[in-house]
Design a protein around this ligand. Structure first.
Ligand code: IPE
Ligand code: MG
Length: 232
């Protein structure tokens, strides 16, 4: 969409942190808390894509998050189902393609059906893509890629970084130019391990539910000032 190198092609969001009220949280607490986090996610992602960034990914549930309480996992799964069903028209209206990457193991049939439907109904939309990393883990993604490669019967000499890149989830989605994590946490927590090799990292103090479209300007401005060298 954009020829402008100072604009990232792909931003990954690690949505983290409690809201200012201290009551609500994304990935820590109530359904309402998660909902506040999701509403911020929708606003920020739509704004980012509107500005010409082609891909936004969001880490909404990790392969490790099953270790959370049963209640919290239930809240999150319910919210994710709602997003995929109730908010599908919003993504369609904005011509945003939805992709969901991660393992399907442990997900309910209902959720799997909603994922398939959301992906199918938005497959031809061209105003940017939202990649939901749901039951996603960077280690598992690489292990799954290796599994596919081995099953295809290639010889060890044929294994290259390019071949691995072609076998990760949604291989058309490019590396993350930028990864943003909120709530002052400074780690990747198994997010986009393959695609983060040369990502710029941005850590924001704000908690995710407090993020607004104004923050998008700040993020894009800071990115434009980064000096990316890729080893040169
Ligand atoms: C990363 O946060 C995962 C998501 C935002 C989905 P976690 O809370 O799971 O990771 P750690 O435990 O803080 O590293
Ligand atoms: Mg955490």
């Amino acid at each position: 969409m954009s020829e402008n190198a100072s604009l990232p092609r792909h931003i990954g969001f690690i949505v983290d942190g409690k809201s200012a009220m201290g009551k609500t949280a994304w990935l820590a607490g109530t359904y309402e808390g998660h909902l506040a986090g999701y509403n911020a996610l929708k606003d920020v992602v739509l704004e980012v894509l509107h500005r010409g960034v082609k891909y936004a990914s969001a880490y909404v549930f990790s392969t490790e998050n099953w270790k959370r309480s049963e209640e919290e996992v239930r809240h999150l799964m319910k919210l994710l189902l709602n997003i995929l069903k109730a908010d599908l028209p919003i993504f369609i209206e904005n011509e945003v393609r939805l992709r969901v990457v991660g393992s399907r193991e442990g997900l309910s049939d209902q959720l799997i059906k909603a994922i398939d439907e959301a992906e199918e109904k938005t497959a031809d939309l061209k105003n940017g893509e939202l990649v939901l990393c749901l039951n996603y883990g960077g280690h598992l993604e690489i292990a799954d890629a290796v599994k596919k490669i081995v099953q295809s019967g290639v010889s060890p000499e044929e294994i290259t970084p390019e071949l691995i890149a072609q076998n990760i989830y949604a291989p058309e989605v490019p590396p993350c130019d930028l990864i943003v994590r909120t709530s002052s946490e400074q780690r990747l927590s198994n997010f986009m391990l393959w695609r983060s090799a040369y990502s710029e990292l941005m850590f924001i103090e704000k908690n995710w539910p407090d993020m607004t479209t104004d923050d998008v300007s700040v993020i894009l401005e800071e990115y434009a000032n980064r000096n990316r060298r890729f080893g040169k």
